[in-house]
Every structure is written in C-alpha cells, then in structure tokens.
Design a protein around this ligand. Structure first.
Ligand code: DQQ
Length: 466
C-alpha cells in the first residue's frame, strides 16, 4: 500500500493488503464478532482462496487475526471457497467448500469442515469431505454451505443450479458430520438465475428470510432476498415476497449472523465480479459493507439499516433545522470538507416543488462538482450517481421511492471510495464504490426548478478505525 492511497477507506473492514471477496463464517463467539472472508494473500487478484479472519467487540473496530484456512489438501487444493461457522460443544466449526480443478478444466466442489477450540487456529477434519458429491438435483457447481440448528437437528443449504435454474439444496444431520440430502428447499422461478451462490436462510420474526446471490445467463450477478415460510416437515421454503437486497452495484454475497442481543446482522462484499478495481494499483482490492441489522417492517418488507454501534465513529457534528433549498447557488451547509462523513436528513415531501433535489459533492481543488444523491420527484426515484469516479465504473444506480410519502429520512455514509445510502426505514439501500480524483470533498445541497424543505439535517465527520 502506498501512502498516497486516497481510496483506502477510513472505517470499513478491509484486509491489510491483497484481494478479498465474500464475507464467510460470520459468527458471535465468546463475546466477540468473528468475520472470515475470501482472501488471496499473495496478490490483489482473485487466486486460490484462503479464509482471512478478523474479530471485533463492537462491529466497528477490527483486529486482524491469522489466516484461518488455506488450501492444503487434495480436496481443497483449488481453494477454500465460501461457507459459514457454527458453535458446537464450545468449539468453533467452519463449514466450507473445497474446490479442485480437474484435468479437463472443470471444477469439483465438496463440502468440508474444520474446528477450533480457541477461535483462531483451525484443524481440518480428517474425514473430509463431509459431502463429496452433489445430489442429482445439482451439478458440480455445488458450493457455499450455510448451516443452522433447528430443534435437535442441523440443517445445511448448499448453492447450486441445474437446467438453467438456481437451487438451494437442503441437507440434514444430527452431528454436523453425517448428512442426508432432503431435496431442494427452493429453486429459481425461472427469472432468478441459473446458479445460486452464497445462500443464507434464517428465521426473522415469524418468518424466514433467504438471501441468495444468483448468477444469470449473461453472467451478471446480484443479491436478492425472499421472505416467506420454512416448513421443516416438507423441507420446503415458500416465499411470499422477493426483493432486491441492494440497489447499488457493490453489495454481493451477503451473509448474516445472530448476535447475543438476538439481532440479525449482515455484511456483504462491497465490490462486484467484473468491476474495475483501481485500488489494485495500490496492492489491495475489496472491502466489506458496513454491518447492517435486519428487521421485518409492518408491511412485510425487509428493513436493512446500519448498526447503531457506528455512532462510535462520530466526531465533529453539524446540525441544521428547516433548510430551504432553492435553485439559487447555495452554501447552506457552510463549508463542510471531508471524505469520511455520515449524513442524516429528513425531507419534507409534501411541500416540495423542486423537480429534482439532493446532495452534491464538490472537489474544491479540482473545481469539480457532482450530484451524488438525487431525488427525481417526477420520476419518484432516488439516484446514486458515481460518474464522479475518475477511475473505475461510472454508472448510475436508482430505485423507486414509495408513493405518497410525506417525509423521507435518508442516511448516508461516505468513506473515501464508497457511498452507502439507506432510505425509507431501510426499505431501500444503495451501496457503491466511487473513485473520486481528490480526497477533499465539500458537501452541499441543490434543488432544480423549485424548492424543497429539509426539516432536519445532521452531519458528522467520522474517524478512522485503522
Ligand atoms: N465466491 C467464492 C465462491 C462463491 C463466490 C469464491 C461468490 O464460493 O460462490 O471466491 O462470490
């Protein structure tokens, strides 16, 4: 890493160097949050996967730990792919996919287990793999086990796909080592991709939630969620609602954990396959999203919000009441300069006459200005614009806003090369990497052809955790 690295983030989880992707094995163990992740420790490119490891007491400050899993056996010589963690008899167990490359170039994927008493050093099970072949419902693309306990039994779903349909294959066990195939809990309805990566199925309130990261025919991928019911008699999951997990480009392979307060917390990989990652020039690639807490809303939708612990990052605070933003050039916020910021705002929609309004960032030295978060009132859309990226992808992501909202709360985190936006009680999140040319950003507001009232706006400068 070079000192002039203006993309290296201040308060997001990143590995010390080199490549990372999916979060793995998220678990609350002995009073601490453990985060494992897909890691290639030898270069900033994807390569034979290891499991990197870190832990935290508060989901904000992280301590890097030694690599937990490395390819070492024939069955995982091509990488220790994604998986999960569970606790049994005070031991921390990692369940992961062993990947190997066959002579004809195809891959074989098997499910494996490793255990640890101290939560730091892991020993692979001598009897690995614990599942050595896919069932007839699946194919050799057979990976990313997710394990949980229900009553006296352990359950595992594994991502796969066959005949153009992604599937979550279900297994059952009494001891974590011997598994019986129970059929698929659910498969794609035909529009949800040909292969499902990183499935995560868990209870939330009265319902169950399934998060999956499908690969589509055109090789694009995104993460979606389904809310529904899990029937342990029939071994089927029946969705009632399917939603987009994140409307931005950079939140893939999300995984969750349950903590000691009964909270369901998720992290995603805040990048994407195929993204151009300019940080590679500085010897690293990939980060985790901020941790988010999941809840069910009264209308049955999923709420995804940043965990409250993030307020530990807050430093200088600015508060504004009743800001009227018009189409005249403004400096309503004074000159707030910074690249690690949290912004909360409550917007009065009833009296809004502006066609468009939002938050813009300016690079003071570069004489460059960008509208990053725009509400298009006519289209009823929220837009996150990352055409500011002087490097990397420069696309725009957007989502519809619910009709007839009287006011709207927004919550925005900016961290050097990322933007995470949460609106409408966490019904909509947009996470994107951005690569601005300068590390001094001024925040301001704008409105076009009319005005808008911001009832309350608060901004915090955030400190670095590294
Ligand atoms: N990443 C892992 C796989 C998983 C994919 C390999 C999803 O286990 O399916 O690094 O990003």
């Amino acid at each position: 890493m070079v000192n002039s690295d203006i993309y290296r983030m201040g308060y997001h989880f990143m590995s010390p160097a080199n490549w990372i992707n999916d979060p793995n094995g998220l678990i609350y163990f002995n009073g601490e949050y453990h985060l494992f992740y897909q890691y290639h420790p030898y270069s900033p490119e994807w390569g034979p996967m290891h499991w990197g490891h870190a832990k935290s007491k508060d989901l904000v400050y992280w301590e890097h730990l030694p690599i937990a899993l490395a390819p070492s056996e024939e069955y995982d010589s091509g990488g220790c792919f994604s998986g999960c963690a569970v606790i049994i008899d005070d031991k921390l167990m990692l369940i992961y996919t062993g990947n190997t490359y066959l002579e004809d170039g195809s891959r074989k994927q098997v499910q494996c287990i490793a255990e640890s008493k101290d939560g730091i050093h892991f020993q692979k099970f001598e009897g690995n793999p614990i599942i050595s072949d896919p069932p007839l419902d699946g194919t050799m693309e057979f990976r990313d086990p997710n394990v949980w306990k229900h009553k006296e039994s352990w359950y595992m779903i594994v991502g796969s796909g066959k005949d153009g349909k992604g599937k979550a294959l279900l297994y059952k066990s009494i001891n974590l080592f011997d598994w019986d195939y129970m059929g698929y809990v659910i498969e794609s309805d035909g529009s949800q991709g040909q292969m499902w990566e990183c499935p995560d199925l868990f209870p939330l309130g009265e319902k169950h939630v399934l998060i999956i990261s499908p690969i589509y025919d055109d090789k694009t991928r995104n993460t979606i969620y389904m809310i529904g019911h899990m029937n342990y008699e029939t071994c089927k999951f029946t969705p009632e609602f399917t939603g987009v997990f994140d409307y931005g480009f950079d939140n893939y392979a999300a995984q969750s954990l349950l903590d000691d307060q009964g909270r369901r917390i998720v992290f995603g990989w805040m990048d994407h396959w195929g993204s151009y990652l300019p940080t590679k020039e500085n010897g690293w690639a990939g980060a985790m999203t901020l941790p988010r807490v999941l809840n069910l809303l009264p209308d049955g939708k999923l709420s995804i919000k940043p965990v409250p612990e993030l307020s530990l990052l807050r430093e200088k605070h600015y508060k504004y009441l009743h800001l009227k933003v018009t189409d005249k050039p403004t400096s309503l916020l004074g000159n707030i300069v910074g690249d690690c910021l949290e912004i909360m705002a409550e917007i009065d929609f009833v009296n809004c006459t502006a066609e468009e309004f939002g938050i813009k960032l300016k690079c003071p030295e570069g004489n460059y200005e960008q509208k990053i978060v725009t509400f298009n009132t006519f289209a009823g859309q929220i837009i996150v614009n990352r055409t500011m990226s002087n490097k990397g992808d420069s696309s725009i992501s957007y989502s519809k806003i619910r009709n007839n909202l009287e006011s709207l709360k927004i919550h925005l985190f900016i961290d050097k090369s990322s933007i995470e936006l949460f609106i409408d009680d966490g019904r909509v999140t947009l996470s994107n990497r951005i690569y601005p040319s300068k590390n001094r950003l001024e925040v301001d507001l704008f409105a076009k052809n009319g005005s808008v009232n911001i009832k309350l706006m608060e901004i915090w400068k955030l400190k670095s955790i590294w």
